[in-house]
Design a protein around this ligand. Structure first.
Ligand code: GAR
Length: 206
């Protein structure tokens, strides 16, 4: 981030983009002072692309199909991010694990949202994992991305109750509501330079 220029975000998506929409809404309402420099999708049919175009946000379809190596896909992603002068990378339902090529290019500047209270239930189908385990509470976690799967330093978490009759769909919907404000709050902390990372621990400055 340079001087008083707004923080430039890239939002990486693979699907519906409700988290992208929540970020757009916060920026448009003035709650968040940032600019979405680009949306990058690895899926051509992601509905998130429609959301970007409705709001006049540059969007790039960056399919992984043409890349045999994950690291060469990530190297190409880094080029796109650099060309848009991105300060913070937001993984909003981007269903790919990043290699160290990406992680080292943006140290402590890539945020992911995960639909569980990490370190419980990392990886895919976190909501079903929570139901299968029988927990009474789950939620969402915003964390910086490191080279592991859902293992980076935790910025914010929101707890969501699990109801007796929940299905994967009903629990996912309840968690997703929490994701939208938790993600926006974490991005705001970054934009306001209130995040200090010390090893695994993230300190929120007053
Ligand atoms: C979100 O629920 C997010 O937590 C999840 O994908 C969904 C994307 O929804 N991400 C992961 O599971 C990553 N491991 P959206 O496209 O509507 O924002």
């Amino acid at each position: 981030m340079s001087g008083n220029a707004p923080c430039r975000l890239a939002v990486l998506v693979s699907g519906s983009g409700t988290n992208l929409q929540a970020i757009i809404d916060c920026i448009e309402s003035g709650e968040l002072t940032a600019e979405i420099a680009c949306v990058i999708s690895n899926k051509a049919d992601a509905y998130a692309l429609t959301r970007a175009s409705r709001h006049g946000i540059p969007a790039v379809i960056h399919s992984n199909a043409h890349f045999s190596e994950r690291s060469s896909y990530d190297a190409a992603t880094v080029e796109i991010l650099r060309s848009h002068k991105v300060d913070l990378v937001i993984l909003a339902g981007f269903m790919r694990i990043l290699t160290d090529t990406m992680v080292h290019a943006f140290p402590n500047a890539i945020m992911n949202i995960h639909p569980a209270l990490l370190p419980s239930f990392p990886g895919l189908h976190a909501q079903q994992q929570a139901l299968d385990y029988g927990v009474r509470y789950s939620g969402c976690t915003v964390h910086f991305v490191d080279c592991g799967t859902d293992t980076g330093p935790i910025i914010l978490q929101t707890v969501v109750p699990v109801e007796q009759d929940d299905t994967e769909e009903t629990l996912s919907a309840r968690i997703q509501k929490a994701e939208h404000h938790t993600f926006a709050e974490a991005i705001k902390l970054f934009v306001d330079r209130k995040i200090l990372v010390q090893g695994r621990r993230v300190q929120i400055l007053p």
